[in-house]
Design a protein around this ligand. Structure first.
Ligand code: PMP
Length: 436
């Protein structure tokens, strides 16, 4: 695994033609010391093969969507069937109704659904719809939560709990960032202060109900209940970004997750979806209360459209993926494997006195190289990035593929086996010994 000449060569070519050599910055190895990312050529089940014929056990799962493992036969078959019937019609199909029904059954707060092509689009549109419905402009979000790369949500916190946002990217006008207020996750007091100051201008509070973007982080008991109450008291809408969390922990979203601290009390007005619901093909969806969704064209004044939206291949892959996930015992099995792996990692780290904080939620977990709990972005930032970078490479060189980011979760899939977990723990023991 240490020898990857073909990846090196392809990276050189990619750099000539594709900006930064990658089509999403998260794929670059910039955060883990740089160099050529591994170029994969094939994936099946829990495994990847790179262009140098090395095999890897995969815990990236393409940043979440690949929960059934790569090239799952049921999904592949659905995609092939869809492709051979024509890839794009520009007309409605029955398939769209089927997936919309499945989503509504699993996430009852969604009276109406609309399909788009990515999580970014789904989130972006929920904001437009919330603004159309409330006739207000401001958005409150939480530090460290990622909601895609659209202007409004790529905004970081200003210098105090109740300050206007600053752009997180070049190319975002300050005037737009000023429509966004960023507060710490799990901090109801900060939210209350922000709403006191900006509440009457606030269209929506946007949150990842279970955070997946600075580690896997559960809301404190009462946080979402308080968030919903404060937000509604201010006349604003609650938007859940469940692009990562829906169908990740059980068949449904965090809104119906029994392990959730106060799941019964919380229903958002709008929900954004993506990733798993497309079975590995591009997809996004959003939905919510009927009268809010009726703001959307052609019924209402909020415009949203898409040439590729609801395309038969993505929708078919999504239906097939959810069908696999409906099989009994699927989530318990991923949970058990994640538990074994998390215990193995904890043990390996503690043997060498390396601080490691694991946040496990069912079949996925984050592993922060730090010595305290991680409940918000500030705490997550204490993660030792340099150490993670070394760990990442030591694991890669032993055939274990993780996300090249100190925050990203490890995702188990239905394809991982006990033997994969054993091999991964063994690799982690070697890596931790070397780190020390
Ligand atoms: N919301 C969340 C919570 C996400 O994690 C992501 C992607 N990581 C997005 C939105 C954006 O989705 P996409 O990459 O499909 O645009």
């Amino acid at each position: 695994h240490r020898n990857r000449p073909n990846s090196e060569a392809l990276y050189k070519q990619a750099l000539e033609h594709i900006v930064g050599g990658v089509n999403s910055p998260s794929r670059s190895y910039k955060a883990v010391g740089g160099g050529a990312p591994v170029f994969m050529k094939r994936a099946e089940g829990a495994y990847f093969w790179d262009v140098d014929d090395n095999r890897y056990i995969d815990y990236l799962a393409a940043y979440g969507p690949i929960i059934t493992g790569h090239a799952h036969p049921h999904i592949t078959e659905a995609i092939v069937r869809a492709a051979s019937n024509g890839t794009l019609y520009g007309t409605p199909t029955e398939l769209e109704i089927t997936l919309a029904r499945m989503l509504k059954e699993a996430i009852p707060s969604m009276d109406k659904v609309r399909f788009v092509n990515s999580g970014t689009e789904a989130v972006m549109t929920t904001i437009r719809v919330a603004r159309a419905y409330t006739k207000r402009n401001k958005i409150i979000k939480f530090a460290g939560c990622y909601h895609g790369h659209s202007d409004l949500v790529l905004v970081a916190a200003g210098s105090g709990p109740s300050t206007l946002g600053i752009p997180d990217s070049a190319g975002i006008p300050t005037s737009i960032a000023h429509e966004v207020i960023t507060v710490p996750f799990n901090d109801l007091t900060a939210l209350e202060q922000a709403l006191e100051r900006w509440g009457s201008d606030t269209a929506a509070v946007m949150v990842e109900p279970i955070v997946g973007n600075f580690g896997m982080v559960m809301p404190h008991e009462g946080f979402l209940e308080g968030l919903c109450k404060l937000t509604r008291d201010a006349g604003a809408l609650v938007i859940y970004d469940e692009v990562i969390s829906a169908f990740r922990f059980h068949y449904g979203s965090s809104q119906t997750f029994s392990a959730f601290p106060d799941h019964a009390a919380i229903e958002p007005d709008l929900t954004a979806l993506g990733k798993i619901i497309g079975g590995g093909l591009p997809i996004g969806a959003y939905g919510g209360r009927r009268e809010i969704m009726e703001q959307v064209a052609p019924l209402g004044p909020a415009y949203q459209a898409g040439t590729m939206a609801g395309n038969p291949a993505s929708i078919s892959a999504g239906i097939a993926c959810l069908e696999v996930l409906r099989e009994p015992g699927i989530y318990d099995r991923m949970d058990a494997l994640a538990g074994k792996l998390a215990a193995g990692l904890t043990d390996a780290a503690s043997q060498h006195g390396i601080p490691l904080t694991i946040n496990k939620i069912r079949g996925s977990f984050s592993a922060h190289f730090c010595d305290h709990l991680v409940t918000n972005y500030e705490e997550a930032q204490d993660t030792d990035g340099e150490r993670f970078g070394h760990f990442f490479r030591l694991m890669l060189d032993q055939g274990i593929n993780l996300a090249p980011s100190k925050y990203e979760a490890w995702f188990l899939t239905t394809a991982h086996t006990e033997a994969d977990i054993d091999q991964t723990i063994e690799a982690a023991r070697v890596a931790m010994a070397a780190l020390k």
